[in-house]
Design a protein around this ligand. Sequence first.
Ligand code: NAP
Length: 305
Amino acid sequence: MKNFARNSLKNKKFIIFGGGFSGQFIAHEIRKLGCEALTSSRRMQNDTTSFVFDSLSKELPPEDIFDRTTHVISCIPPDKSGKDPVLSRLLQKLKSLNLEWAGYLSTTGVYGNTFGEWVTEEDTPNPLQDRSKRRLLCEKSWLDSNLPIQIFRLPGIYGPGRSTFESILKKNIKVIHKQNQVFSRIHIADIANAIIYLLLKINNENFKQVINIADNYPTSQIEVIEHSYKLLGLKMPEPINFEDAKKLLSPIALSFWQENRRVSNALLCKDLGYKLIHENYKSGLRNCLDVIKEKNLIKFNYLKN
Ligand SMILES: NC(=O)c1ccc[n+]([C@@H]2O[C@H](COP(=O)([O-])OP(=O)(O)OC[C@H]3O[C@@H](n4cnc5c(N)ncnc54)[C@H](OP(=O)(O)O)[C@@H]3O)[C@@H](O)[C@H]2O)c1
Protein backbone atom coordinates (compact mmCIF):
# COMPACT_ATOMS: atom_id res chain seq x y z
CA MET A 1 0.00 0.00 0.00
CA LYS A 2 1.30 3.44 -0.94
CA ASN A 3 1.69 6.22 1.57
CA PHE A 4 -1.70 7.93 1.40
CA ALA A 5 -0.61 10.94 3.44
CA ARG A 6 -0.58 13.91 1.12
CA ASN A 7 -1.76 17.43 1.45
CA SER A 8 -1.88 18.57 -2.10
CA LEU A 9 -3.01 17.11 -5.37
CA LYS A 10 -1.38 19.86 -7.41
CA ASN A 11 0.38 18.55 -10.53
CA LYS A 12 -1.04 15.06 -10.16
CA LYS A 13 -2.36 13.46 -13.30
CA PHE A 14 -5.69 11.62 -13.30
CA ILE A 15 -7.02 9.31 -15.94
CA ILE A 16 -10.79 8.95 -15.65
CA PHE A 17 -12.17 5.96 -17.49
CA GLY A 18 -15.75 6.72 -18.49
CA GLY A 19 -16.26 10.42 -19.07
CA GLY A 20 -20.03 10.25 -18.61
CA PHE A 21 -22.07 12.22 -16.08
CA SER A 22 -19.91 11.48 -13.02
CA GLY A 23 -16.60 11.21 -14.88
CA GLN A 24 -16.93 14.67 -16.43
CA PHE A 25 -18.01 16.28 -13.18
CA ILE A 26 -15.17 14.72 -11.21
CA ALA A 27 -12.65 15.75 -13.90
CA HIS A 28 -13.92 19.33 -13.75
CA GLU A 29 -13.56 19.50 -9.95
CA ILE A 30 -10.12 17.89 -9.99
CA ARG A 31 -8.81 20.33 -12.59
CA LYS A 32 -9.75 23.19 -10.27
CA LEU A 33 -7.05 21.87 -7.91
CA GLY A 34 -4.35 22.23 -10.53
CA CYS A 35 -4.37 18.61 -11.63
CA GLU A 36 -4.44 17.26 -15.13
CA ALA A 37 -7.47 15.06 -15.82
CA LEU A 38 -8.13 13.10 -19.00
CA THR A 39 -11.46 11.37 -19.58
CA SER A 40 -12.30 8.47 -21.86
CA SER A 41 -15.15 8.13 -24.28
CA ARG A 42 -16.07 5.34 -26.69
CA ARG A 43 -16.11 7.79 -29.56
CA MET A 44 -13.63 10.45 -30.57
CA GLN A 45 -14.56 13.81 -29.00
CA ASN A 46 -13.60 17.26 -30.15
CA ASP A 47 -11.74 17.86 -26.88
CA THR A 48 -8.04 17.61 -26.13
CA THR A 49 -8.69 16.25 -22.63
CA SER A 50 -10.58 13.26 -24.00
CA PHE A 51 -9.23 9.98 -25.39
CA VAL A 52 -10.92 6.95 -26.90
CA PHE A 53 -11.37 3.78 -24.89
CA ASP A 54 -13.93 1.11 -25.70
CA SER A 55 -13.36 -2.19 -23.95
CA LEU A 56 -15.19 -3.96 -26.78
CA SER A 57 -12.90 -2.62 -29.48
CA LYS A 58 -9.52 -4.05 -30.43
CA GLU A 59 -7.88 -0.66 -30.05
CA LEU A 60 -6.32 0.36 -26.76
CA PRO A 61 -5.81 4.00 -25.72
CA PRO A 62 -2.63 5.60 -27.10
CA GLU A 63 0.41 4.92 -24.89
CA ASP A 64 1.25 8.58 -24.32
CA ILE A 65 -1.91 9.31 -22.35
CA PHE A 66 -0.46 7.19 -19.51
CA ASP A 67 2.74 9.26 -19.18
CA ARG A 68 3.12 10.71 -15.65
CA THR A 69 -0.25 9.29 -14.53
CA THR A 70 -0.51 9.15 -10.74
CA HIS A 71 -4.22 8.45 -10.23
CA VAL A 72 -6.98 6.61 -12.08
CA ILE A 73 -10.74 6.47 -11.54
CA SER A 74 -13.11 4.09 -13.26
CA CYS A 75 -16.71 5.20 -13.82
CA ILE A 76 -17.47 2.39 -16.29
CA PRO A 77 -20.12 -0.20 -15.39
CA PRO A 78 -19.43 -3.97 -15.66
CA ASP A 79 -19.68 -5.64 -19.04
CA LYS A 80 -22.40 -8.22 -19.76
CA SER A 81 -20.35 -11.10 -18.40
CA GLY A 82 -19.40 -9.35 -15.15
CA LYS A 83 -15.87 -8.48 -16.27
CA ASP A 84 -14.57 -5.07 -15.47
CA PRO A 85 -14.06 -3.18 -18.78
CA VAL A 86 -10.92 -1.40 -17.56
CA LEU A 87 -9.20 -4.31 -15.83
CA SER A 88 -10.00 -6.78 -18.58
CA ARG A 89 -8.07 -4.65 -21.07
CA LEU A 90 -5.61 -2.57 -19.06
CA LEU A 91 -4.67 -4.33 -15.83
CA GLN A 92 -1.03 -4.91 -16.76
CA LYS A 93 -0.71 -1.36 -18.07
CA LEU A 94 -2.12 0.07 -14.82
CA LYS A 95 0.19 -2.11 -12.75
CA SER A 96 3.18 -0.79 -14.66
CA LEU A 97 2.32 2.83 -13.77
CA ASN A 98 3.19 2.67 -10.07
CA LEU A 99 -0.04 4.51 -9.28
CA GLU A 100 -0.54 6.47 -6.07
CA TRP A 101 -4.25 5.72 -6.02
CA ALA A 102 -7.08 4.13 -7.99
CA GLY A 103 -10.79 4.76 -7.44
CA TYR A 104 -13.75 2.71 -8.59
CA LEU A 105 -17.36 3.94 -8.70
CA SER A 106 -19.59 1.05 -7.66
CA THR A 107 -23.22 0.92 -6.58
CA THR A 108 -25.13 0.31 -3.37
CA GLY A 109 -27.06 -2.25 -5.44
CA VAL A 110 -24.49 -4.77 -4.18
CA TYR A 111 -26.28 -4.71 -0.79
CA GLY A 112 -29.52 -6.02 -2.35
CA ASN A 113 -32.89 -5.64 -0.66
CA THR A 114 -32.83 -4.80 3.05
CA PHE A 115 -36.59 -4.15 3.27
CA GLY A 116 -35.98 -0.54 4.26
CA GLU A 117 -33.27 -1.24 6.83
CA TRP A 118 -30.02 0.73 6.96
CA VAL A 119 -26.91 -0.79 5.37
CA THR A 120 -23.29 -0.02 6.14
CA GLU A 121 -20.00 -1.13 4.61
CA GLU A 122 -19.82 -3.75 7.38
CA ASP A 123 -22.85 -5.58 5.96
CA THR A 124 -22.11 -8.49 3.69
CA PRO A 125 -23.17 -7.69 0.13
CA ASN A 126 -26.20 -9.69 -0.96
CA PRO A 127 -26.98 -8.57 -4.50
CA LEU A 128 -30.44 -9.37 -5.83
CA GLN A 129 -30.25 -8.18 -9.42
CA ASP A 130 -27.96 -9.81 -11.98
CA ARG A 131 -26.38 -6.44 -12.73
CA SER A 132 -25.50 -6.05 -9.04
CA LYS A 133 -23.99 -9.55 -8.98
CA ARG A 134 -21.83 -8.50 -11.92
CA ARG A 135 -20.93 -5.33 -10.03
CA LEU A 136 -19.77 -7.30 -7.03
CA LEU A 137 -17.54 -9.38 -9.33
CA CYS A 138 -15.98 -6.15 -10.61
CA GLU A 139 -15.41 -4.86 -7.09
CA LYS A 140 -13.66 -8.13 -6.31
CA SER A 141 -11.48 -7.83 -9.42
CA TRP A 142 -10.39 -4.36 -8.35
CA LEU A 143 -9.75 -5.51 -4.78
CA ASP A 144 -7.70 -8.46 -6.07
CA SER A 145 -5.79 -6.32 -8.57
CA ASN A 146 -3.05 -5.28 -6.16
CA LEU A 147 -3.58 -1.68 -7.24
CA PRO A 148 -4.01 0.94 -4.45
CA ILE A 149 -7.77 0.77 -4.90
CA GLN A 150 -10.59 2.56 -3.10
CA ILE A 151 -14.20 1.64 -3.89
CA PHE A 152 -17.11 4.07 -3.63
CA ARG A 153 -20.58 2.57 -3.36
CA LEU A 154 -23.14 5.01 -4.74
CA PRO A 155 -26.95 5.16 -4.62
CA GLY A 156 -29.01 7.07 -7.23
CA ILE A 157 -26.86 9.87 -8.67
CA TYR A 158 -28.47 13.20 -9.52
CA GLY A 159 -27.28 16.69 -10.28
CA PRO A 160 -27.70 19.55 -12.73
CA GLY A 161 -28.64 18.04 -16.09
CA ARG A 162 -29.80 14.77 -14.52
CA SER A 163 -32.59 15.39 -12.05
CA THR A 164 -36.35 15.18 -11.62
CA PHE A 165 -36.63 18.61 -13.28
CA GLU A 166 -35.41 17.28 -16.62
CA SER A 167 -37.83 14.34 -16.36
CA ILE A 168 -40.75 16.61 -15.45
CA LEU A 169 -40.02 19.03 -18.26
CA LYS A 170 -39.48 16.28 -20.82
CA LYS A 171 -42.78 14.82 -19.59
CA ASN A 172 -41.33 11.37 -18.99
CA ILE A 173 -41.71 11.31 -15.23
CA LYS A 174 -43.91 8.68 -13.58
CA VAL A 175 -45.40 9.58 -10.21
CA ILE A 176 -45.66 6.25 -8.43
CA HIS A 177 -46.81 5.51 -4.92
CA LYS A 178 -45.49 2.44 -3.12
CA GLN A 179 -46.07 2.20 0.61
CA ASN A 180 -42.90 2.33 2.76
CA GLN A 181 -40.57 2.37 -0.28
CA VAL A 182 -37.50 4.56 0.06
CA PHE A 183 -34.49 5.30 -2.12
CA SER A 184 -31.11 6.68 -1.18
CA ARG A 185 -29.49 9.27 -3.39
CA ILE A 186 -26.41 11.42 -3.78
CA HIS A 187 -25.76 14.73 -5.50
CA ILE A 188 -22.91 14.56 -8.00
CA ALA A 189 -21.06 17.43 -6.26
CA ASP A 190 -20.80 15.30 -3.12
CA ILE A 191 -19.34 12.37 -5.05
CA ALA A 192 -16.58 14.54 -6.50
CA ASN A 193 -15.94 16.45 -3.29
CA ALA A 194 -15.97 13.41 -1.03
CA ILE A 195 -13.39 11.74 -3.28
CA ILE A 196 -11.20 14.85 -3.25
CA TYR A 197 -11.65 15.18 0.53
CA LEU A 198 -10.55 11.59 1.03
CA LEU A 199 -7.56 12.04 -1.26
CA LEU A 200 -6.45 15.11 0.66
CA LYS A 201 -7.17 14.05 4.21
CA ILE A 202 -6.66 10.34 4.37
CA ASN A 203 -3.47 8.66 5.42
CA ASN A 204 -2.48 5.04 5.90
CA GLU A 205 -3.97 4.95 9.40
CA ASN A 206 -7.50 5.97 8.45
CA PHE A 207 -7.62 4.59 4.92
CA LYS A 208 -10.83 2.62 4.18
CA GLN A 209 -11.05 0.54 1.08
CA VAL A 210 -14.85 0.55 0.64
CA ILE A 211 -16.93 3.65 1.35
CA ASN A 212 -20.61 4.52 0.83
CA ILE A 213 -21.24 8.03 -0.48
CA ALA A 214 -24.90 8.83 0.20
CA ASP A 215 -26.82 11.79 1.58
CA ASN A 216 -28.42 11.91 5.04
CA TYR A 217 -32.00 11.48 3.98
CA PRO A 218 -33.23 8.37 2.17
CA THR A 219 -36.85 8.96 1.29
CA SER A 220 -39.66 8.06 -1.10
CA GLN A 221 -39.37 9.06 -4.72
CA ILE A 222 -42.75 10.72 -4.55
CA GLU A 223 -41.57 13.13 -1.85
CA VAL A 224 -38.74 14.25 -4.13
CA ILE A 225 -41.01 14.59 -7.16
CA GLU A 226 -43.60 16.53 -5.17
CA HIS A 227 -40.93 18.98 -4.01
CA SER A 228 -39.64 19.37 -7.58
CA TYR A 229 -43.11 20.27 -8.85
CA LYS A 230 -43.44 22.74 -5.98
CA LEU A 231 -40.14 24.44 -6.89
CA LEU A 232 -41.27 24.68 -10.50
CA GLY A 233 -44.61 26.13 -9.43
CA LEU A 234 -46.42 23.31 -11.21
CA LYS A 235 -49.12 20.92 -10.03
CA MET A 236 -48.01 17.32 -9.56
CA PRO A 237 -50.17 14.77 -11.42
CA GLU A 238 -52.16 12.25 -9.37
CA PRO A 239 -49.86 9.41 -8.24
CA ILE A 240 -50.35 5.95 -9.74
CA ASN A 241 -50.36 3.00 -7.37
CA PHE A 242 -47.32 0.79 -7.79
CA GLU A 243 -49.40 -2.28 -8.74
CA ASP A 244 -50.99 -0.32 -11.61
CA ALA A 245 -47.68 1.33 -12.56
CA LYS A 246 -45.88 -2.00 -12.97
CA LYS A 247 -47.09 -2.47 -16.52
CA LEU A 248 -45.86 0.99 -17.48
CA LEU A 249 -42.31 0.40 -16.28
CA SER A 250 -39.42 -1.06 -18.25
CA PRO A 251 -37.83 -4.19 -16.70
CA ILE A 252 -34.84 -2.12 -15.57
CA ALA A 253 -37.02 0.58 -13.99
CA LEU A 254 -39.12 -2.10 -12.30
CA SER A 255 -36.01 -3.76 -10.88
CA PHE A 256 -35.16 -0.61 -8.89
CA TRP A 257 -38.52 -0.84 -7.12
CA GLN A 258 -37.73 -4.39 -5.98
CA GLU A 259 -35.10 -3.10 -3.59
CA ASN A 260 -35.75 -0.98 -0.55
CA ARG A 261 -32.80 0.17 1.55
CA ARG A 262 -31.40 3.07 3.49
CA VAL A 263 -27.70 3.58 2.83
CA SER A 264 -25.66 4.76 5.80
CA ASN A 265 -22.97 7.40 5.29
CA ALA A 266 -21.71 7.15 8.88
CA LEU A 267 -18.27 5.91 7.88
CA LEU A 268 -17.72 8.82 5.48
CA CYS A 269 -19.45 11.59 7.41
CA LYS A 270 -18.92 10.63 11.06
CA ASP A 271 -15.78 8.49 11.21
CA LEU A 272 -13.90 10.20 8.38
CA GLY A 273 -15.37 13.68 8.94
CA TYR A 274 -16.66 14.56 5.46
CA LYS A 275 -19.27 17.34 5.48
CA LEU A 276 -21.93 16.93 2.81
CA ILE A 277 -22.62 19.85 0.47
CA HIS A 278 -26.18 18.61 -0.04
CA GLU A 279 -27.39 16.79 3.05
CA ASN A 280 -30.77 16.06 1.52
CA TYR A 281 -32.69 16.24 -1.75
CA LYS A 282 -34.10 19.70 -0.94
CA SER A 283 -30.66 21.27 -0.93
CA GLY A 284 -29.60 19.21 -3.96
CA LEU A 285 -32.67 20.11 -6.01
CA ARG A 286 -32.30 23.79 -5.19
CA ASN A 287 -28.79 23.60 -6.64
CA CYS A 288 -30.01 21.76 -9.76
CA LEU A 289 -32.65 24.42 -10.37
CA ASP A 290 -30.20 27.26 -9.79
CA VAL A 291 -27.81 25.77 -12.36
CA ILE A 292 -30.62 25.18 -14.85
CA LYS A 293 -31.58 28.84 -14.54
CA GLU A 294 -28.04 30.18 -14.49
CA LYS A 295 -26.92 28.25 -17.53
CA ASN A 296 -30.24 28.58 -19.30
CA LEU A 297 -30.26 24.80 -19.69
CA ILE A 298 -34.01 24.80 -20.12
CA LYS A 299 -35.95 27.78 -21.34
CA PHE A 300 -39.23 28.31 -19.60
CA ASN A 301 -40.57 31.38 -17.94
CA TYR A 302 -42.83 30.04 -15.24
CA LEU A 303 -40.14 29.03 -12.76
CA LYS A 304 -40.64 30.24 -9.22
CA ASN A 305 -37.69 32.04 -7.70
N1 NAP B 1 -26.48 6.73 -12.52
C1 NAP B 1 -26.68 6.32 -11.28
O1 NAP B 1 -27.66 6.68 -10.62
C2 NAP B 1 -25.66 5.39 -10.64
C3 NAP B 1 -25.87 4.98 -9.33
C4 NAP B 1 -24.90 4.20 -8.72
C5 NAP B 1 -23.77 3.81 -9.42
N2 NAP B 1 -23.62 4.17 -10.72
C6 NAP B 1 -22.40 3.74 -11.41
O2 NAP B 1 -21.44 4.77 -11.27
C7 NAP B 1 -20.64 4.85 -12.47
C8 NAP B 1 -20.81 6.24 -13.07
O3 NAP B 1 -22.19 6.47 -13.31
P1 NAP B 1 -22.68 7.57 -14.36
O4 NAP B 1 -24.16 7.61 -14.23
O5 NAP B 1 -21.89 8.79 -14.24
O6 NAP B 1 -22.31 6.82 -15.72
P2 NAP B 1 -22.59 7.26 -17.24
O7 NAP B 1 -22.94 8.70 -17.33
O8 NAP B 1 -23.56 6.27 -17.81
O9 NAP B 1 -21.17 7.04 -17.90
C9 NAP B 1 -20.64 5.76 -18.10
C10 NAP B 1 -19.33 5.90 -18.86
O10 NAP B 1 -18.83 4.58 -19.13
C11 NAP B 1 -18.42 4.52 -20.49
N3 NAP B 1 -18.54 3.14 -20.95
C12 NAP B 1 -19.62 2.33 -20.88
N4 NAP B 1 -19.32 1.11 -21.37
C13 NAP B 1 -18.02 1.14 -21.77
C14 NAP B 1 -17.13 0.20 -22.37
N5 NAP B 1 -17.51 -1.04 -22.66
N6 NAP B 1 -15.86 0.60 -22.66
C15 NAP B 1 -15.46 1.86 -22.38
N7 NAP B 1 -16.26 2.80 -21.81
C16 NAP B 1 -17.52 2.44 -21.51
C17 NAP B 1 -19.34 5.47 -21.23
O11 NAP B 1 -18.72 5.84 -22.43
P3 NAP B 1 -19.38 6.92 -23.45
O12 NAP B 1 -19.04 8.26 -22.86
O13 NAP B 1 -18.74 6.67 -24.75
O14 NAP B 1 -20.86 6.64 -23.45
C18 NAP B 1 -19.47 6.61 -20.21
O15 NAP B 1 -18.41 7.53 -20.36
C19 NAP B 1 -21.14 3.74 -13.38
O16 NAP B 1 -20.39 2.58 -13.16
C20 NAP B 1 -22.56 3.53 -12.91
O17 NAP B 1 -23.06 2.24 -13.21
C21 NAP B 1 -24.53 4.96 -11.34
